[in-house]
Design a binder for this molecule. Structure first.
Ligand code: SF4
Ligand code: SF4
Ligand code: FES
Length: 255
């Protein structure tokens, strides 16, 4: 006999002046291999058609279904109810703008982040479609691909103590990961000093508390700790150079 699950779900529609923020209870018979995706759809179909939540791929690929599941950011589509207690509390991710109930606008945040870090290959070469593709060392291509796996779900941002303290400004682990992805890409001509202008400050890597809530919650297991460490080292070095440059004639310090 399956369990009867109790769902406590955050409800609020910022578009409706009459809406009041509250937690609504819903009850559901657990079935085998039930995921939160299945559970939420059953609740919406059979109990409350106004319940708002996001899903697209149902396969941990699109990043749209992230929410706080019993206080922890995770993807609802790959979370099985059997791995949770019978009492399940669902809240929208913090930091991001609330659209309604469990639905948040991660897109605007990620677009701004990508623009802030210049999230594209910066090259002076002109693209020639007739030319053969440039070859890249396989090991390096795999290293870049590893960091490219970010699905922009926002779990690392929601779990980040610093981002929760300064939600408007702190860049977060996903941005640091993005910067390292371009740093190791030989096609990108940006120098460390240019990255320093973007991320060498308290809203960037020097504001990171280093407690690694980001890595602990990343559903794609991206090795964020390694990227944060590498970025901190490189930007620390750039900071020392900036300091010396302020004290010594500029020509004596290599770029
Ligand atoms: S280690 Fe840095 S980026 Fe990661 S959760 Fe902590 S403060 Fe945020
Ligand atoms: S780094 Fe991980 S947790 Fe953060 S947005 Fe990307 S996939 Fe989600
Ligand atoms: S629905 Fe796409 S990651 Fe969950």
């Amino acid at each position: 006999m399956g369990r009867t699950l109790k769902f406590n779900i955050f409800r609020f529609n910022p578009e409706d002046p009459a809406s009041v923020a509250r937690m609504d209870p819903f009850y559901l018979e657990e079935t085998e291999a039930m995921t939160l995706f299945i559970a939420l759809n059953l609740i919406r179909e059979n109990q409350d058609p106004t319940l708002m939540f996001d899903f697209m791929c149902r396969a941990g690929i699109c990043g749209s279904c992230a929410m706080l599941i019993n206080g922890r950011p995770d993807l609802a589509c790959h979370t099985k109810t059997k791995d949770l207690p019978g009492d399940i509390t669902l809240l929208p991710l913090p930091i991001f703008k609330l659209i309604g109930d469990l639905c948040v606008d991660t897109g605007t945040w990620f677009r701004a982040m990508n623009e802030r870090v210049g999230s594209w290959v910066h090259t002076s070469k002109t693209f020639d479609p007739q030319e053969e593709e440039e070859r890249m060392d396989n090991a390096l291509a795999e290293q870049i691909y590893e960091l490219e796996r970010c699905i922009e779900c926002g779990c690392c941002v929601a779990a980040c103590g610093k981002a929760n303290m300064v939600p408007e400004n702190f860049m977060g682990a996903t941005a640091f990961n993005r910067i390292v992805r371009f740093m190791i890409d030989p096609r990108d001509e940006r120098k460390n000093d240019e990255y320093f202008e973007v991320v060498g400050n308290e809203d960037g890597i020097f504001g990171c508390l280093g407690l690694l809530g980001c890595e602990d919650t990343c559903p794609k297991n991206i090795p964020l700790q390694d990227q944060l460490g590498m970025l901190r080292r490189k930007m620390g070095f750039s900071q020392v150079k900036h300091l010396f440059r302020a004290l010594l004639p500029a020509k004596r310090i290599a770029k």
